[in-house]
Design a binder for this molecule. Sequence first.
Ligand SMILES: Nc1nc2c(ncn2[C@@H]2O[C@H](COP(=O)(O)OP(=O)(O)OP(=O)(O)O)[C@@H](O)[C@H]2O)c(=O)[nH]1
Ligand SMILES: [Mg+2]
Length: 235
Amino acid sequence: MARPALLPCTCAAGAEHRLHREVAFAVLSPHPLLSSVIPPGLLSVAHARGAWLSVLPLASQGTGHGKQILVLGLDGAGKTSVLHSLATNHVKRSMAPTEGFNAICVNTEELQMEFLEIGGSESLRSYWKMYLPKVLLLIYVVDSADHARLPVAKQLLHQLIQNNSTLPVVVLANKQDLEGAYCITDIHDALALSDIGDNRKMFLIGTHVAEDGSEISSNMKDAKELIAQLVLEAQ
Ligand SMILES: Nc1nc2c(ncn2[C@@H]2O[C@H](COP(=O)(O)OP(=O)(O)OP(=O)(O)O)[C@@H](O)[C@H]2O)c(=O)[nH]1
Ligand SMILES: [Mg+2]
């Protein structure tokens, strides 16, 4: 099957300076896309906590025909960093935890993908499950060097998908650059992926978000192409 050619993201560019206006819009008058996937509760929680809430401009605003991809994983795993890198094709580490949700649009030649990250802190994990029925694909990001919390990451992943036997899952074993990071085989075992992969499309890719400004790694490009392919197949 032919892989989609990739185009630079058009919707993430220039997003930062529009952040505050977009936040106000999202809180006071829910974004047409977000209103279909975000329950009002999450918006109000984020608002009440004075949370960092980033809603990047989405090219499909108002159409409601997005290809939504849920991005989950423990706090600090690197979800936001990976998403920014996928969107811009350049490495960009996140500086702040996501205190609510984070929506980012990534375009390829053939489709527009809408990624929705929900923060990984304990207080936000209860929202994770709400979105699974509404998405085409789950991206689950783990910190490969955070050995102590891999059992928690495993437990949450298994709980999340136990009642959904067909949802495709892409696990990103992030922070492969760190000394002490588990290799892919060890991550596969630590997350017991063989127990959940039988009836679904399941992929495990090692990634890292190394330095600000440089081009993304070949693994990250592979991950982006794979995600696009899975979304196309899921339509
Ligand atoms: N060394 C290294 N650091 C990374 C990598 N990816 C992200 N980081 C750093 O890890 C920290 C957490 O990254 P985030 O992208 O904010 O993590 P997150 O999963 O979005 O976390 P929450 O939003 O709190 O759920 C930041 O300090 C990043 O700079 C990586 O591949 N390697
Ligand atoms: Mg984040």
